[in-house]
Structures are given as C-alpha cells and as structure tokens.
Write a protein that binds this ligand. Structure first.
Ligand code: ADP
Length: 567
C-alpha cells in the first residue's frame, strides 16, 4: 500500500488533476436527479412547459459538464496508471541487476518476470480505478444520503439498513479475496516458470520426443492456475451481485413505502430511487475497487519484496579500488550452495601469479565452475578467502573487481543483435583494430569472414544462427575485448575441434602477457601446457603442480590421463 502511495506521489500533478475533474464529475452527477424531480413535480404534474424547458436546459448543461470532466479525468488517470507502471517496472528491473545470483535463483527468473509484468499491471489497474472512484464514491454516497434525508426522510431507516449490509459484504469480500488473489499470482508464477523452461529448451524437448511430458507439465500448471482463478473469481462473482441485490431489494421496499405518499411527491420519490441507485453504483464501484485493491495489494507486496530484497552479497563499507595486477590466491576456501546439504568446495588453497596460466581439471561436478565463480563474487566463500593482489575480494569495489575479471563460459550467451554489437558489449570503446585482434586470437575471424555481412551479421536470440563452437569463439573474443587482468576460460573451447582448439590456445598463450589465465577443462590436452594445473575432485584439491609433476604425484590426475590418453 505504502509502495503504491509512494509511486503515485511521484506524479502528484497528474493525480491532483484527475481528482479535480473527478470531483467536478461527481458534483454534476448529484444534481441531476434533483433537476429531474423538479421537471416532474413542477413541470410535468402541473403541465408547465416553460418549467420543463428551464430545468431541462439546466440538466443538459450539467450533463455536458459531467461528460467533459469524465473525458479529461479518464485521460489523466490512464496516464497516471501508465507512469506508475513504468516507474515500477524500471525500479524492479534495476533492482534485479543489483541482486546477486543467489537472490535471483531463490526468487526464480519466472517469478521476477511475473512481477515485472502481471503484478505491475495489477497495480496500474488499481491506480487507474482509484482515480475513477476515490472521492467520487464518497461524495456521491454522502450527497445522495443527504438528499434522501432532506427530501424523503421516511426512507432513512431503509437506507441505513442497505448501507450497513453493503459495508459488511465489502468487508467479507476483502477478507476472503485477499489470500485467494495472492495464491493466484503464485500459480501465475508457476505457469511462467514451466513455459519458460520449455521454451528455452525446445530443441532438447523435441530431440527427446518429450513434448507429451512437457504438455503434461504445462497443462497441470495451467489447470492449477485455472482453479486458483475460478476460486478467486467465485468470491468476486458472489459479492458484487449480492450488493446489487441488497440495493435492488431496498428499491422495492421504497416503492412499497411510497404507496402511502401523495401524488405531488412522485418526482421526489423518483429522485430518491435515483439517489439510491447512485448509492448502489457507488457501493458497487467501491466493491470493485476493493477487488482490484485486493489484487493490487497482493501484487504490490510481491513487487515490494524485490525492491526491499537485500543482496545476498554484502558490499564493503569502504570498497577498495586498487589498480588490479591479477594475482589470485585461494586460502582454505570452503563453499556450499544455499540450501545444499553437501559442501561443493572444501579447503581449497592455491595461487596464480600475473602472467601465469593455471589449468583447472577434474571430473564433471567436481566444483571447477563453482571455484572460479568465487573470483568475480558471483558467490562468496563460506570460510577462508579469495584474494586478488593480497586484498580479499569481499573488500574490493564490485565494479572494479568485475572490470578486471573476464569470463568465457562453456555455454556461450550471446544476445540478439549484430556480431559487432555482441563483441562491443564487452567493451563499448573497442577500436576496429582491437576487435580484429580479439577475433584472430579466438579464431572467430574465420566465422566473420564466412558470413555475408561480416561483423554486421545479425544474431538471433541467444545466437541461434551460430553453432556451439562458433558461439564459444565469439564469446571468447568478447571476453578478450574487455582487456581483463584475470581471464577465466570455463571450458569455453569444449565445442571446438582439436585443431582449432590448439590454435586458439596457442594464440592465447602469445596474447596473455601478464594476464592471469584460469583455464578450466575436462581434457588433459587442453591444460597440459599450463604453467601449473589444479586437479580437483569432489570439491577438494588433489594436486597443484605442472603436468609432469602431477603425472608422478597425483593419482586423480593420472587416472584422468589414463582414461583420455591411455598408459
Ligand atoms: P564442474 O564445473 O566441475 O562441472 P560445478 O562447479 O558446476 O562443477 O558444480 C559442482 C556442484 O555444485 C555440482 O554438484 C552441482 O550440482 C552443484 N551446483 C552447481 N551450481 C549450482 C547452483 N547454482 N545451485 C546449487 N548447486 C549447484
């Protein structure tokens, strides 16, 4: 609620303008039944045509003002809703950028998307709805009550009963509806999650003929969203008509009571029926806005959860921004993923000097990627420390740290755009010479030469029009363009054929100079020329030495060697 106030407050001018026109609209609506009763009582029953014309013209003018005010109010309230929605989307998106991977994984990408889209729309609908009825409903209700008291006092008891019953129904509506709508949003999250997973892995699903299974998962999520929707809407479907029924019944009571009144009161009775209808409309509007409020509050809570989420990685109070040279030291580092029962890394110690290439080898799942992810602080170690140039990474300014570290991963992530745009994403100031050099080192120049539009070739979403190996090379070139001090190559040559991989590694050795290179691979042939090789298994260091020494001392390394190259 506070969140909605805060965001509406940012566009107070729009809000106030909408409200001013809303008040004009409400006041004009209130006078209409009174003038209608005057036309009947003073014009029709007395057959006075000039009175009919006089009050008719006044009514027309009032109706004109009413329509004009309604148009202006609609424009301003729609604009306000859009502005609030835009601000919310921007802030949630910006916030997710500052969150760490741990936060994002816990909240889930699907849920973040639902919050940026569906939840924001709920708040927008509410803001728009509120500027349609806030003040209007109370003004109309109170004025209609006053008019009824003044003009038909014998109706007051009926009116009190109607309002009391309606207020009780609105309260019940809110109480029952709130948890149902909160649940509905969760089911929407689930459906988004399932659809997203299917759509991002559509090739695998097709290759495994798993469409049936995926349909099943999707249908289950969709059916559960349907059930949640039906349950929530059933509550809403019940209360709106119940309020209408209450007021309609009261009109019947009113007509029954009216039979004892004399004929000169016909206009007044008609006006009171009108006022009661206006009260009914206002109460329905209030109940409708409460429905929206229920959804909007559930949504704003979910949006608020992201906006107030504390990044799992704490920034240092006084971040250090040294000129990073690239020495990397792990001292007794242990790490477990949040919620995991087993440790992923245990007591890891090793060091890498600027200019050195450190190979990291070990079976799948041994913790190689996890280990290097601690360097740019995608996660923080539970105990021990990762140091760069003698400073713990947790003390470094995050931006300086991540500028110095560049990663090329096995699963190369490219964006929709040209090859050039993808490359310059790593360094917007890269010169054509630097781009050429990065392409040459990563052997991606062959790819660019072969495609019709060269660097201006458009890549589809995720680089779909490139093969796995081509994507890896473009992504490696992007990492090089960042001109890092520490280069992490996380199995990023796995999809290359042996000749191209050898060529890339040779160029990298020539290029690396004083860069610290951490070269992860499962292949001995990839790491054997590294200055030193860290062999890990089940998250523990098994050996840290040159290839020749490891072949003498490290059983784990020898086993990998035997399995790949033989005795
Ligand atoms: P490697 O790179 O050697 O193949 P990883 O570092 O990717 O190994 O994974 C090591 C272990 O950590 C695996 O058991 C994997 O399941 C687990 N793991 C990896 N990433 C996550 C994550 N984001 N959340 C939870 N567990 C993870």
């Amino acid at each position: 609620m506070k969140l909605i106030f805060r965001y509406v407050g940012k566009h107070f001018g729009l809000f106030i303008t909408a409200i001013i026109f809303l008040i004009i609209e409400s006041v004009t609506e209130i006078f209409q039944p009174t003038y209608m009763s005057m036309i009947v009582d003073e014009g029709v029953t007395r057959a006075d045509s000039s009175a009919i014309a006089h009050y008719g013209i006044i009514m027309l003018i009032i109706a004109g003002i009413d329509a004009g005010a309604a148009i202006v109010r609609s424009i301003f309230s729609a604009r306000l809703g859009q502005m609030v929605a835009k601000d919310l989307r921007r802030d949630v998106y910006k916030k997710t950028q500052s969150l760490s991977l741990e936060n994002i994984e816990r909240i889930s990408t699907a849920s973040i998307i639902t919050r940026i889209t569906n939840d924001v729309t709920q708040v927008q609908d509410f803001v728009q709805g509120v500027t349609r009825i806030i003040f209007r409903a109370p003004i109309i209700t109170v004025s209609a009550i006053v008019m009824i008291i003044l003009r038909t006092p014998w109706l007051v008891p009926t009116m009190i009963i109607v309002i009391a019953i309606s207020a009780f129904l609105i309260f019940l509506n809110l109480k029952i509806g709130y948890p149902k709508f909160a649940f509905l949003q969760k089911r929407t999250d689930r459906l988004n999650h399932v659809s997203r997973e299917y759509l991002t892995s559509v090739r695998v699903v097709k290759a495994f003929n798993a469409s049936e299974t995926e349909h099943g998962r999707f249908n289950a999520a969709s059916a559960s969203l349907r059930d949640a929707g039906i349950s929530a809407m059933r509550t809403m479907a019940l209360f709106g008509p119940l309020i209408n029924l209450t007021v309609n019944l009261s009109i019947v009571v009113l007509l029954w009571l009216a039979h004892s009144q004399d004929a000169s009161q016909i206009g007044r009775v008609m006006a009171s029926i009108n006022y009661l209808t206006q009260i009914m409309m206002s109460l329905s509007m209030i109940s409708m806005i409460f429905n929206r409020a229920v959804r909007a509050f559930a949504s704003s809570e979910r949006i608020g959860e992201i906006l107030t989420e504390e990044p799992a990685l704490k920034s240092p109070d006084t971040p250090l921004k040294p000129d990073i040279k690239g020495e990397v030291v792990f001292k007794n580092v242990s790490f477990s993923y949040p919620g995991a029962e087993m440790r992923t890394l245990t007591d890891i110690s090793f060091s890498a000097l600027p200019g050195q290439t450190i190979g990291i080898i070990g079976p799948t799942g041994s913790g190689k990627s996890t280990l290097v992810n601690l360097i740019p602080r995608f996660y923080d170690a539970d105990s021990g420390g990762v140091f760069i140039d003698g400073v713990k990474v947790t003390q470094l300014d995050e931006h300086s740290l991540r500028s110095a570290v560049s990663t090329a991963a096995q699963r190369a992530v490219l964006f929709t755009g040209t090859i050039r745009e993808n490359l310059m994403w790593g360094n917007p100031l890269a010169t054509p010479e630097e781009i050429d050099s990065a392409l040459r080192i990563s052997c991606a120049d062959e790819i660019v030469d072969r495609v019709e539009n060269g660097l201006d070739t458009l890549l589809g979403q995720g680089g779909v029009n490139l093969s796995g190996g081509q994507k890896q090379r473009v992504s490696l070139a992007r990492s090089l363009l960042k001109d890092p001090k520490i280069l992490i190559l996380d199995d990023c040559t796995s999809a290359l054929d042996a000749t191209t991989e050898a060529k890339v590694l040779r160029s990298l050795r020539e290029y690396s100079g004083d860069i610290t290179v951490l070269l992860i691979s499962q292949r001995i042939s990839t790491v054997r020329k590294a200055d030193r090789i860290l062999c890990i298994d089940e998250g523990r260091v098994q050996g840290f030495d040159t290839h020749d020494e490891l072949m003498k001392t490290c059983d784990c390394y020898k086993a990998i060697y035997r399995s790949q190259i033989g005795n």
